[in-house]
Design a protein around this ligand. Sequence first.
Ligand SMILES: Cc1cc2nc3c(=O)[nH]c(=O)nc-3n(C[C@H](O)[C@H](O)[C@H](O)COP(=O)(O)OP(=O)(O)OC[C@H]3O[C@@H](n4cnc5c(N)ncnc54)[C@H](O)[C@@H]3O)c2cc1C
Length: 461
Amino acid sequence: MRTAETDYLVVGAGAMGMAFTDALIDHADVHVTLVDRRHTASGHWQDAYPFVQLHQASLFYGVASTVLGTGAIQQQGPEAGLQERAHQPEIEAYYGDVLRRRFVGSGRVTFLGGCEHRTEGSAHVVTSRVSGESTEVRVRRRVVDAHYLSPKIPATTPPPFGVADDAHVVAINDLARLETAATDYVIVGSGKTATDGIVWLVGNGVEPERIVWVRPRDPWMLNRAVVQPDPVVAFGLVADTMEAAAEAETLDDLFLRLEAAGVMLRVDREATPTMARTPTLGAWELDLLRTIERVVRLGHIRHVTAREITFAEGSIALAPGALVVHCAAEGLPSPPPMPIWQPELICLQTARAGFPCFNAALLGYVEATRDDDRERNRLCPPNVYSNDRASWARMQLLGAQAARTFGAEGDIVEWANRCALNPARLDASRRDDPAVRAASARAAKHMEEGLAGLATLADEA
Ligand SMILES: Cc1cc2nc3c(=O)[nH]c(=O)nc-3n(C[C@H](O)[C@H](O)[C@H](O)COP(=O)(O)OP(=O)(O)OC[C@H]3O[C@@H](n4cnc5c(N)ncnc54)[C@H](O)[C@@H]3O)c2cc1C
């Protein structure tokens, strides 16, 4: 078997592996070997549905050294006034460019694409899925797991229900490849992928009456207008969240207060959502989703045939020519949080709530600039991705506490304030802006009671 040597072996060239590597080589004189079973960088985006866009601003996505997109505010369309959001081809091209020019071009990163990583005892073996050749990679410093939080998407995850041979079931990707229009479109899923599918169908002229939405749980979603790269908006979001958490008596109460503050959105005002993965949604998308009246709430699907769908709590008939669209993959997973720095491994996770790219870049910076793992783990404790309302409260609590801890370090603050990925970025030019000062003061006013409220609510059964 061939052998190779490197300082860091990063397994996964998705958003997290890329952001970590970028910040690491920017701040430490090291060599990285980046391996991915996919043939190039960008991870799950290579299998995404072709009409997907980032759910949040492009500025928050990518690697710290290189801005994705132009940083422009949209001037036209339903989101005029909000930051641009990249489409899939732009995201893939961006990562390809960063990989080739910045990483490989620097001579400090070796990319092994189309290669599977595995351990054999304590050895790290990388095998090409193309040539079949294996290489043992000897790692001088650390192996980095950059796929622990890899999302599950419909294109690569089978539907979580039985499908009869005669059933017409496709993953959302296939909507863009239809040869014949369906009579009805049955969208299965309560998350962001489902909402993207509906928005796309209606945008392509499908009347809302032809769409059936199977929604076992109703979701809370985050209003895109409050997740923008602007410190007034960012402090405002913290202030609204902490104020609501300080005053709320129950999780129901918390989310209704956040809805009243314009932070959270729900499709159906008559339903009380219990799901809180909180993807980001535009107000125009919400209006459109509300036009779908054929909503099925009969629990999870058990089985689909050409003629009917059987649920945990009943069944519905399918019209001839109806197409069932699988949008029901898990999305962002919530495996148990574990220490990020371990003796043999760095396991990339989030520390502040959400924003995987900023978090991975932060971990790269901390790895490069600190030399004690206990200190690194103190600065960046692992967080969770939320699923329900209690875990959302926990994610906010842990994230705010972590941000306070790493935010007490002068160099990290300086780095983070230059990093476009940082949702809490405060550029020097805005520090004396009265609107920023007012929003920041309001956030500080509610912080302590808000954190105490989140701690109580996170424990609510
Ligand atoms: C539709 C959608 C829209 C989103 N929009 C946003 C957004 O607007 N803003 C935002 O911040 N986040 C967004 N996210 C979330 C964000 O994209 C993900 O959290 C992030 O991309 C995860 O990156 P990752 O590197 O952990 O995972 P992945 O992209 O899955 O990358 C992991 C890589 O590891 C490789 N790998 C795994 N095991 C091995 C092995 N043994 N050997 C070799 N390779 C291996 C895989 O091939 C894969 O390429 C979105 C997610 C989805 C699904």
